[in-house]
Design a binder for this molecule. Sequence first.
Ligand code: ADP
Ligand code: MG
Length: 402
Amino acid sequence: DGVMMSALSRPSRMMLLVNPQSGKGPGAHGSTTTTIQHMLNEAGVTHTLVITERQNHARELVKEADLSQWDALVIMSGDGLLYEVINGLLDRPDWEEAVRTPLGILPGGSGNALAASIHHYSGAPPVFSEELLLSCGFLLCQRLVTRMDLVSVHLSSSPRLFSFLSLAWGFVADVDIESEKYRHTGAARFTIGTLVRLASLRVYRGTLSYLPVAEDDGEEDNPPLHHQAPPSREPPCQNSFHNSCHSNNSLKVRKAESTPSRSTTKAPSGPLDSLLLPLDQPLPGDWVVVPEEDFVLVLAMYQSNLAEDLLASPDSTPDDGFIHLFYVTGGISRAALLKLFLAMEKGLHLASSCQHLVHAKVRALRLEPSSPKGVITVDGEVVEYGPLQAEVHRGLARLITG
Ligand code: ADP
Ligand code: MG
């Protein structure tokens, strides 16, 4: 087995994107930004600070940027700003190259799920707030890059979008949105939101289907792709990283393997979704249709953490190529649901053998809500409500994990 990670060359140049509105709100960032800039300087990381001025500013900026100027794009915000950056990259005519730009994240928001996941992958015991920021700053300075799965999401009328973290419907999506009003409490907003939503627990109706991961479809089918010399032997030029990506042709191989026998969804840019049929067509026979139609929550995860203190998918790794699908069926009591969320702090909810909680490793899924109104979130951001489907693209992006 090969070296899974590669290192950015040193010195490296990072674009540091900061959302001044994230986390507890305006002005909460001054001193933390200074601390991080200090750490980066010490580590020899040249960086340019970019403060976003409005929603979608980062997305537009990244869509137009000369990416040859940057070794990495680093977000200091919540997950929402990285979501913008990733979708900006996939929106470029040169998306295939652009999406390989290493991405980093520092927890500056109230929803810092990816930052918490990166900390979790490092094997260290959980930490929160400022300690999490320091840990992620330290990991970022090590500049080790790994692959990251992205999930492409089709909604009924919006353009296709790309997701790096989660897709949620029902309880979790509602908490995500309703807890906006507790933003001033920081990451505690989700705990408060969960308790409030428990009081008005409801059931959401719909049909959930998925393409399960085949049993022989384990890690071996897609071995680590970054076979590369250790960092110290890297030539100190910026191109070394990009060249290393070109020098492996495995992405091309995978594409050829998944040739579009049943693919019809072609988008202007981004990878082909070879597992999905149009949303209005019946599913292929190898898909599983969940028999229940009453759900309390449906949650698809492709990183370990749903929040700083919610280890929702403890087995997820950034490039396992799996969508970890969790759902809780109707009929669960408030007490049992609360118990699940408490167990989730340590990632022990699956061990609690709750009859209403189901976990499946899948490659693709389709969700057809029949409740007339509701909330669906992708990476914590609200998207169009209605039928949707999604497919995972293994290792499409690059993430600095340290
Ligand atoms: P948080 O975790 O605190 O919610 P996010 O990074 O998720 O932080 O950002 C919240 C929202 O703010 C996202 O939808 C993002 O697109 C948006 N956003 C980014 N920059 C700005 C800005 N300068 N002003 C207002 N909203 C912004
Ligand atoms: Mg957010």
